[in-house]
Design a protein around this ligand. Structure first.
Ligand code: 0T9
Length: 383
């Protein structure tokens, strides 16, 4: 492929063959240096809040319909960051660092224009398979997102298909007291451009937002469908039977998630527009005095990231092996002592009652999923 450095063409071809012949978890495959990202997957949950004003605006909605639209607007507006950032900043999708069990990331978006501070906490709650749990909260506004993420990958006609496992629950405190909860499911990804060494993401199939009297279905299409454009979507909000309050009408918005969209039914004019710059999270240490502990992602991977950024792949490889060996030893010691690794911020549960309730009478499958319950133990630096 064009984008593959000559010296790495052989290893890129072997890597593609390895991907094609395995399915499930690609995270542990060794990839050639040119495709490595210096960023761990524990940092990716920050994409949920790079437009903090839209997250805060959910709390300011006056009616249940306005609120459902604010949730949808915030969700759609995160997609550009989630799925095009690496292409925009470094020219193609890259393979993230595979987080260690217990890896942590803390950060915040400061208060501005009265929107309040928003804080983020991420913990790698499983290594095999990789599962990342996170919480994002704007406490002053009473808006909170708790979720977890895993991926199942397969290979089909030259593309990597990524099924996202996991979900998120958004909780909004209402001005009248009480709260509303929304269940968010995640789209499927197709990674194309592999042959050329320039992978990029397209979203496919659909995802859901259910809560507050509405069921939202978001359908994703690439080039040659709906409007013919890449990154197209169509979102339909319909009243949720038995939970609708005053909701009776259907609302439809259509457009491209990395640009803008407009109402095509049940409303008028523009719906979302992400041409304004996003706000990158400010990383914060979780230890006393805002220091970063040894399990915090930017500390743990510091030298691997330096090696990747500076093209010193020997350093990157040596440090990566050191970390992986250390983790393997830790797991062995735990097995020998019978004391397993203790998560710091989340308690795993085998099912999620909020997910079960909100997914009822929808096409959301499976009927239940794991939950990772946040222990409400924010570090001092984020209180
Ligand atoms: C949750 C997001 C997720 C994580 C990444 C598939 C992927 C790992 C998961 C789904 C975020 O909210 C959104 C964005 C990008 C997703 C990643 C893209 C990607 O390629 C990786 C996988 C594991 C690979 O690294 C595949 C091999 C690589 C050569 C392709 C660049």
């Amino acid at each position: 492929g064009e984008a593959v450095p000559v010296a790495q063409r052989g290893s890129w071809t072997s890597f593609l063959k390895a991907i094609a012949s395995m399915s499930g978890d690609l995270s542990s495959l060794t990839a050639p240096p040119f495709i490595l990202s210096p960023v761990s997957l524990t940092e990716y949950p920050a994409y949920w809040c790079e437009r903090p004003e839209l997250f805060a605006a959910i709390a300011d909605a006056k009616t249940s319909e306005e609120r459902a639209l604010a949730v949808l607007r915030w969700f759609i507006s995160t997609l550009k960051g989630q799925y095009t950032t690496r292409n925009e900043s470094v020219g193609s999708e890259k393979k993230p660092l595979n987080p260690a069990l217990g890896e942590l990331f803390y950060g915040c978006w400061p208060d501005k224009d009265g929107r309040g501070q928003t804080r983020l906490l991420t913990e790698q709650v499983s290594h095999h398979p990789p599962i990342t749990a996170y919480v994002i909260e704007n406490e002053s506004k009473g808006v909170k997102l708790v979720g977890h993420n895993a991926q199942k990958t397969s290979f089909s006609t030259g593309s990597i298909i990524v099924k996202q496992i996991g979900h998120a629950v958004l909780t909004v405190k209402l001005p009248t007291g009480g709260e509303e909860q929304y269940l968010l499911t995640l789209p499927r990804l197709r990674i194309d451009g592999l042959w050329y060494g320039a992978p990029y993401i397209e979203l496919t199939e659909s995802s859901y937002i259910v809560g507050g009297g509405f069921v939202g279905v978001i359908e994703y299409k690439g080039k040659g469908y709906f409007s013919g454009k890449s990154h197209s979507f169509k979102a339909t909000l319909t009243p949720r039977p038995g939970h609708g309050g005053s909701a009776t009408k259907e609302i439809v918005v259509e457009g491209t998630w990395h640009q803008n969209s407009k109402f095509t039914s049940g409303g008028h004019g523009q719906f979302h527009d992400v041409s304004m710059p996003n706000e990158i999270v400010t990383a914060t240490g979780g230890e006393a005095g805002g220091e970063m502990g040894s399990m915090e992602t930017r500390k743990l991977w510091e030298l691997v990231a330096k090696g990747i950024r500076e093209g010193d792949f020997e350093l990157a490889q040596r440090e990566k092996s050191r970390i992986e060996n250390e983790m393997r030893q830790r797991r062995k010691d735990e097995a020998a002592s019978g004391v397993p690794w203790a998560l710091k911020h989340f308690t795993p549960l085998a099912n999620d009652s909020v997910y079960e309730e909100l997914s009822k009478n929808t096409k959301i499958a499976p009927p239940t999923e794991d939950a990772y319950v946040f222990q409400e133990n924010w570090p001092e630096s984020l209180k």
